[in-house]
Design a protein around this ligand. Structure first.
Ligand SMILES: NC(=O)c1ccc[n+]([C@@H]2O[C@H](COP(=O)([O-])OP(=O)(O)OC[C@H]3O[C@@H](n4cnc5c(N)ncnc54)[C@H](O)[C@@H]3O)[C@@H](O)[C@H]2O)c1
Length: 345
């Protein structure tokens, strides 16, 4: 890493904004945070205070207009991402944006076009690619350690559903939660999915159903190379955050389990037990959040390849839209149907 520091502006001081801001402030010496903003000024001020950020500004525009800000982290709600990417690109800022880019492809395409035109960097926040467990699984596929992959199972269950207000603004489970698993599936198999079939429903909370969403699903993916995969999602698992994967290949299998706060095992006359897994993404994926931000900084400062591109962000949304359609129409949906619909607009 060169001696140059990347000057950041941060938009959004909620759950994920807090994770990225703390990472940038306390773990990345290559970064200097210039300013932060949030629609809730007090939230930005509190985070700035804790992280030693001297400038809290009142609007996103002030970040874009500040010539000393070289790169922005977009950590605001999903429905703001595409417009903010366009504004940031026009202002010549390098961009890290949380997933998903947007909930429809025309807005995503407009954002990616603005990025292309401005020639700036855009990295999307699929942090799980940087998780040590998942990176090891990808390596086993890439190097042929388990031969040719045949089957994959991704288990991805949350400890508890988010608030209903978040559910309503999130775009629904496929585009908010499963979207990570869609990206993981492409990343781990290193190939594209061609067809998706979903079976699911509302098993956790009727309010989620009333908000027009579902909370439980099995999603079957068929890849171009013939691999068949399942994604098993639920918004509630009584024992905490459940994040596992297994791939069966022609020479063997690779599997990763959950991460625990400690390795202790208690054995008594009646049972053998251990503590629950790390509870949610802020704990389980903390290291991956730091690694993804470091990779963004290296892409900008050192010109290294962007590890998660706008196209990756778009493809995960195509898969999410295909899953929605499959659930609604009770049938397998080919990804071409979604891509062609977007092209026809
Ligand atoms: N990569 C991950 O694992 C991960 C995890 C959580 C959330 N996310 C994504 O991050 C985004 C934010 O999610 P969150 O859980 O932090 O939500 P949140 O509601 O906790 O925080 C969002 C923050 O943005 C602020 N805000 C709202 N509108 C704004 C605007 N126009 N400009 C600036 N600030 C605005 C809100 O006041 C709030 O403080 C979502 O798109 C979500 O999908 C990603």
């Amino acid at each position: 890493m060169s001696a140059k520091r990347l000057h950041l502006g941060i938009i959004g001081a909620g759950r994920i904004g807090k994770v990225h801001t703390e990472t940038a402030a306390f773990r990345l010496p290559e970064v200097q945070i210039v300013s932060i903003t949030d629609a809730d000024h007090a939230a930005a001020a509190r985070l700035a205070n804790r992280c030693g950020i001297s400038k809290v500004v009142n609007s996103n525009a002030e970040i874009f207009e500040d010539g000393s800000v070289e790169a922005v982290l977009i950590c605001s709600p999903t429905d703001t991402h595409a417009d903010l990417i366009v504004q940031a690109a026009r202002a010549g800022k390098q961009i890290f944006c949380e997933k998903p880019i947007a909930l429809d492809l025309s807005r995503i395409d407009a954002a990616l076009e603005a990025v292309d035109k401005a020639g700036v960097t855009l990295q999307i926040g699929f942090n799980r690619r940087f998780d040590a467990n998942f990176a090891r699984v990808r390596r086993a596929v890439e190097t042929g350690e388990i031969g040719s992959p045949r089957l994959m199972h991704i288990v991805s269950r949350d400890p508890a559903p988010p608030p209903i207000s978040y559910v309503k603004a999130s775009g629904g489970m496929f585009l908010d939660m499963t979207i990570h698993d869609f990206d993981m599936a492409r990343f781990l198999i290193n190939d594209e999915v061609e067809e998706i079939f979903v079976s699911g429903g509302v098993m956790v909370d009727p309010q989620i159903g009333a908000a027009g969403d579902i909370d439980t699903a099995i999603i079957v993916l068929r890849f171009r190379n013939g691999v068949v995969a399942t994604i098993d999602n639920c918004r509630h698992a009584a024992y905490g955050y459940d994040q596992r994967v297994e791939i069966l290949g022609s020479l063997g299998k690779i599997a990763t389990g959950n991460c625990y706060p400690n390795q202790a095992e208690v054995s008594t006359g009646t049972e053998v037990r251990r503590d629950l897994p790390l509870n949610f993404f802020m704990d389980r994926y903390l290291e991956s959040f730091a690694a993804e931000l470091r990779a963004f900084v290296e892409a900008v400062i050192e010109g290294k390849p962007i590890p998660v591109t706008g196209e990756d962000g778009r493809m995960a949304v195509v898969m999410g839209l295909a899953a929605q359609k499959s659930y609604r129409e009770h049938r397998p949906v080919r990804l071409e149907e979604i891509r062609e619909k977007a092209a026809a607009r």
